[in-house]
Design a protein around this ligand. Structure first.
Ligand code: B12
Ligand code: SF4
Length: 505
């Protein structure tokens, strides 16, 4: 059967400097690969990756990067029978529906399958309100193949685990038990050279890198995060051998020696982390790697940091979220703030760059909590944290904190970026955030003048060591190289586009 798997263009708020930096969507290659291994004929259209410098207005508040749904039509193979769309982030909601609408208006026979974090969270809405044919819940590799096989043979789909469709829904019962058994080697379907050419990614990079996923799920239960809904807190690691094999494969195949580990919780098992590091060191792979999406600090120790450094770890993201124990309890996130301080100090000493997340505006945050956060950031700066990243809290569907959110309502899931201008306390939060960044920078310059000075050559010569340095170049690069395209007008009527009705209060 002919299937086209699509990664939608990237959507963001106009003028938002705080959005994530795009990177290689390996998850899309896993879905396409599973179908290819199952004997199907698969095309992948990575709308962002095909033209990463294309930029256009999407509506009054949003912009779109990459090829538009109309451009996609030109690349689309009319023999396709099933279209899979990856809707991982809430911001991709509307544009994914646009793609479906545009394709359906030309090819009425197409069946649409949506998957990803966001699609899983709003599956009923997609099927019942937006006419999506099927939503695959949570991990897609096994299910998409079962579904496509059933469609090909015109068999009923009602026994397939983890799907929602017009006439029913099967909650996911089975998760991939051993992710080492999955084939992750179909990255050729992605426009890798385009990603390497732009020279920025989710973690600090200078060019050729590869995103790697070494485990599935996360055992924690933070209320602002969709992960518990996605994986029911089942953390499933790949074996150290299979992770290192993957590194070796990319070294041989693409000459890539920089790896970005995008797990939700890479280091849940200290024993596994130790083994991965030791294998890399023993094999003298001469690689660098980083964890741009964060590790749980309690799972690392001085010994593990030393091993990580020796193996080539250059950058770690930690998540304190706040300096207030009271607020951490409200968030449902256990963090040992003193351990985080100690690990930051040690990472600084041995040359691992560190970034720390602080969430601003979590429901229930008081001035006293904010004062504790400022104080904690001050201490952390002295301990040697290289950068802080401060998203404003957004109620992501699928997260517990999405329910009963009382700080304003958004018109479109596209506005669920870390710069939520629709929040009625946005101005105050934005001011707090900017002041926190400014004070952090001044303190860093005072306590660590050499590191602060080094940012200049790192930015000038594109030798990024932190996300912040890379962000400066991304913004400058956007000014110089971005190719403006005509605005895209959505064919989906405004009232059907967003989900104002059942989103926020
Ligand atoms: C790498 C990454 C990115 C990359 C994008 C690469 C990509 N295509 O995902 C970049 C850096 C661009 C990015 C940006 C953002 N991201 Co992001 N990202 C991730 C991250 C860390 C890893 C994704 C990954 O590879 N996972 C591993 C694979 C194996 O799992 P998976 O992605 O879930 O894919 C499986 C299933 O979802 C499903 N599936 C996925 N696609 C499809 C398609 C089909 C057809 C099917 C059947 C199944 C299917 O099958 C896959 C294989 O099992 C996740 C967290 C995480 N670890 O998952 C956050 C995460 C997805 N991102 C998140 C967010 C919030 C963002 C931003 C909005 C942040 C911001 N404010 O800027 C932006 C939005 C960018 C945009 N405009 O679109 C949230 C999503 C929350 C939400 N529902 O909106 C997550 C869950 C992090 C979190 N815990 O909060 N992100
Ligand atoms: S925020 Fe991090 S630790 Fe908490 S549930 Fe999400 S992925 Fe796990």
């Amino acid at each position: 059967m002919k299937i086209t798997v699509i990664r939608p263009p990237l959507v963001g708020m106009r003028g938002d400097l705080f959005g994530s930096i795009p990177s290689i969507p390996v998850n899309v290659s896993y879905i396409a690969g599973a179908l290819m291994d199952g004997g199907h004929d698969v095309d992948v259209i990575d709308c962002y990756g095909e033209e990463p410098r294309w930029y256009r207005r999407y509506n009054d508040t949003l912009i779109m990067r990459g090829i538009s749904p109309d451009d996609l039509l030109e690349r689309f193979d009319g023999k396709t029978e099933v279209v899979g769309i990856s809707v991982n982030e809430a911001v991709s909601h509307a544009v994914s529906l646009d793609i479906m609408q545009v394709l359906r208006s030309r090819y009425s026979h197409l069946k649409f399958v949506f998957g990803g974090h966001h699609a899983t969270a709003v599956a009923d809405e997609l099927v019942n309100k937006q006419n999506v044919d099927y939503v695959v819940l949570s991990e897609g590799e096994i299910t998409i193949l079962e579904l496509v096989n059933a469609l090909e043979k015109k068999e009923p789909v009602d026994s397939i685990d983890g799907i929602v469709w017009k006439h029913g829904s099967n909650k996911r019962k089975h998760y991939v038990e051993d992710p080492s058994s999955l084939n992750v080697y179909h990255t050729d379907v992605l426009p890798l050279e385009n990603y390497w050419r732009i020279r920025y990614a989710h973690g600090p990079t200078n060019g050729r890198y590869m995103n790697v996923v070494t485990s599935r799920g996360c055992p924690y239960n933070c209320k602002f995060c969709p992960s518990p809904m996605m994986s029911q807190r089942k953390w499933r690691p790949r074996s150290p051998e299979s992770v290192v094999e993957e590194f070796e494969y990319y070294i041989d195949k693409y000459g890539v020696r920089d790896f970005h580990i995008n797990d939700e919780n890479f280091s849940s098992s200290p024993e596994r982390t130790r083994k991965i590091c030791d294998l890399i060191t023993e094999k003298q792979l001469n690689v660098t790697f980083c964890m741009p999406s964060g590790i749980k600090v309690e799972t690392v120790s001085v010994d593990l940091l030393n091993r990580l450094r020796k193996a080539g770890c250059k950058f770690l993201t930690l998540s304190a979220e706040t300096g207030s124990e009271r607020l951490l309890k409200l968030m449902g996130k256990p963090v040992d703030l003193e351990h985080l301080m100690k690990m930051t100090r040690h990472a600084h000493k041995i040359g691992i760059r560190t970034s720390c997340f602080f969430m601003i505006g979590y429901p229930g945050e008081t001035n006293a909590d904010w004062a504790l956060t400022r104080k904690y950031v001050a201490r952390l700066t002295r301990a040697g944290i290289d950068e802080i990243v401060c998203p404003i809290m957004i109620p992501v569907p699928g997260a517990v904190a999405h329910e009963n959110f009382e700080f304003g309502s958004y018109d479109d899931y596209g506005q669920l970026t870390f710069t939520p201008k629709w929040r009625n306390d946005y101005r105050t939060l934005e001011l707090k955030r900017r002041l926190l960044y400014l004070v952090f920078f001044l303190r860093k310059a005072f306590w660590h003048p050499w590191r602060t000075f080094l940012m200049l050559p790192h930015v000038l010569f594109w030798k990024h060591t932190t996300k912040g340095e890379m962000t400066i170049n991304r913004i400058l690069d956007d000014f110089r190289r971005v190719k403006r395209q005509p605005a895209w007008n959505s064919p989906v009527p405004e009232e059907d586009h967003p989900s104002t009705s059942d989103s926020t209060s």
